[in-house]
Design a protein around this ligand. Structure first.
Ligand SMILES: [Zn+2]
Length: 561
């Protein structure tokens, strides 16, 4: 038994050490708070300037606006590259911060600054190497019979020609950019690896994933599960497509080769169905349908529309994107709407991004965390809202007359199925190839590429071909280690959709539509948007759907189809 005096003494020591660590904790928190406040004061205006310059350049297309955009970006990058600031951040990251929100902001900022810590000279070399390759892509034209072809001419032949010999010649010509850039691409991979190693990573792929709060093991496990669950649905869909493509070219299915799949990489679904969804969309007021739809689900977007730039004009970017300019509700969409199915999907998609922004992330969430949890979660939300554009039931609920709703639904459903399954198999190739590329750039990459294509896309390699076909994919240069996020976004889309069907609409997920259900918007605001970046992507997925991200919901979308 301890004498009373000792017990008292222990209690005193305990109290003292408790208050001491509380003191240290709150000191640390104060130090972190100071860093965050300084970051916000200096970086926030630069980020806003970048967004504004980006917007202006894409709307006008003018050289001087692009120059301003580049300067704004350089200013921001320079500020984030600051060595002493990063050292302080590194020190803060080692501390046990008591305030969860403060700790999360430090985690997010650490990754933001870490990315910019690459040695300036090395970074210059990387940028110039990447630019040189991009330029080679830009000036490259496929040559067949000594005649140059544009990209759209190549696509037209791969889509329409019934002559396999002609298809093969054009496809091979389109791959001829591979040998042109192969050497530079290998050098670029080497430089990127050098940068990653200088920051303490095994290779560039590992680093890119780390910067996005992912690991190779985690992503690969997910892709293995996806492969397992979609292999049979994909095989079924592809059997259907193969039969149609073989018939089109007057050959047997066994003789199908990469040049028969319309898209040079078979990353998109070939157009093999008769019913044309665009006939219906020719007379649809796309903007009105979007406004009504989003208002009906309790996520009105009139303010976004008012600030947006939505129709074609000279010099303007032909693409579409959505930007949150200031994280204070100034959210805009750039688009080029024409009445067809593509732009209906695209507008639903971009406006999906727009509702997942500071419009619906409360101002109480700190500036640093007032954005989407991850690129995959915002892509997922956008893709979830985009899917009904291929449904006649949805159109009719939106007040659009569809002459042949059964035909439209059947075609739309198959198009969506093919599009998603084909894309998922293509992403398998990209993820696994890039991982292996950075792990060992000196292996036989030509062989590796076709091994992956055969295994995952189930497309036969051309007999006797030994060419750097991987190098004809520009994304390896301009958007490295990024593709898998789109696929993970699709998994997120399916998983959130099934959570909505189950928890909110209490309806069959295969037929559930959100039209007129403000409860859907309520759910999205509370369970997906409101946390912003306070949670990492997988914690958010669990918070929203009850499970971590997995491939089950996505696979269930294709059961029996
Ligand atoms: Zn998007």
């Amino acid at each position: 038994m301890l004498p009373i005096a000792t017990i008292t003494l222990c209690a005193v020591i305990l109290t003292a050490s408790l208050s001491l660590s509380a003191q240290a904790g709150s000191n640390d928190d104060a130090r972190a708070r100071k860093f965050i406040a300084e970051h916000e004061a200096s970086i926030r205006p630069l980020e806003k300037a970048v967004n504004l310059a980006w917007w202006t350049a894409n709307v006008s297309g003018k050289d001087e606006d692009f120059k301003t955009k580049e300067q704004a970006q350089n200013k921001l990058d320079e500020a984030l590259a600051h060595k002493e600031r990063f050292a302080e951040l590194k020190a803060l990251k080692q501390l046990k911060l008591r305030d969860r929100l403060i700790a999360r902001q430090i985690d997010v900022l650490y990754l933001t600054y870490l990315e910019k810590q690459v040695d300036a000279d090395l970074l210059k070399k990387i940028t110039s190497k990447a630019n040189a390759i991009e330029q080679a892509f830009n000036v490259f034209r496929a040559r067949v019979d000594n005649k140059e072809m544009t990209d759209s001419e190549v696509r037209k032949i791969l889509k329409e020609s019934k002559d396999s010999t002609r298809r093969k010649a054009v496809w091979e010509a389109s791959k001829a950019v591979g040998p042109v850039v192969e050497k530079d691409l290998r050098e670029l991979v080497g430089l990127r690896n050098e940068a990653a190693r200088a920051l303490g990573f095994k290779d560039y792929h590992v680093m890119q994933l780390f910067l996005n709060e992912q690991t190779q093991e985690q992503v690969l496990a997910l892709f293995d599960q996806l492969d397992e669950l979609t292999r049979e649905p994909y095989r079924r869909a592809k059997t259907d497509i193969d039969a149609k493509l073989a018939l089109h070219s007057g050959i047997s299915v066994n003789d199908l080769r990469p040049w028969h799949y319309q898209d040079p990489f078979f990353q998109e679904a070939p157009a093999v169905y008769d019913a044309d969804l665009d006939v219906v969309y020719a007379s649809v007021d796309i903007l009105k349908v979007c406004k009504d739809y989003y208002a009906g689900i309790g996520l009105p977007i009139d303010d976004v529309i008012a600030r947006s730039d939505l129709y074609e004009k000279p010099g303007k970017s032909p693409h579409a994107f959505c930007t949150d300019m200031d994280r204070e509700g100034d959210v805009r969409v750039l688009a080029n709407i024409v009445p067809n199915e593509y732009w209906m999907s695209t507008m639903l998609h971009e406006l999906g991004h727009s509702v997942y922004s500071s419009k619906n992330i409360p101002r109480a969430v700190p500036y640093v965390l007032r954005g989407e949890a991850h690129i995959l979660t915002t892509e997922g939300v956008a893709m979830m809202f985009e899917r009904p554009a291929k449904s006649a039931d949805w159109l009719q609920q939106m007040g659009v007359t569809v002459a042949d709703p059964k035909g439209f639904n059947e075609t739309g459903e198959k198009m969506l199925r093919n599009q998603l399954l084909i894309f998922s198999r293509w992403c398998q190739v990209m993820l696994r190839f890039e991982k292996a590329l950075y792990a060992n750039p000196n292996q036989d990459l030509n062989q590796l590429w076709w091994d992956l294509v055969e295994k995952y896309q189930m497309v036969k390699r051309p007999e006797g071909r030994n060419a750097p076909d991987y190098a004809s994919k520009i994304h390896i240069v301009v958007a490295p280690a990024y593709y898998h996020n789109y696929m993970m976004g699709q998994l997120f889309a399916s998983q959130v959709h099934r959570a909505i069907a189950r928890k909110v609409l209490k309806a069959d997920p295969d037929t559930a539509l959100y039209v007129g259900h403000a409860s859907v918007g309520e759910f999205m605001k509370k369970r997906v948007f409101a946390p912003g970046k306070t949670m990492p992507w997988n914690a958010l997925t669990k918070f929203a759907t009850g499970e971590e991200l997995n491939a089950k919901a996505f696979a269930a979308d294709f059961q029996g189809k």
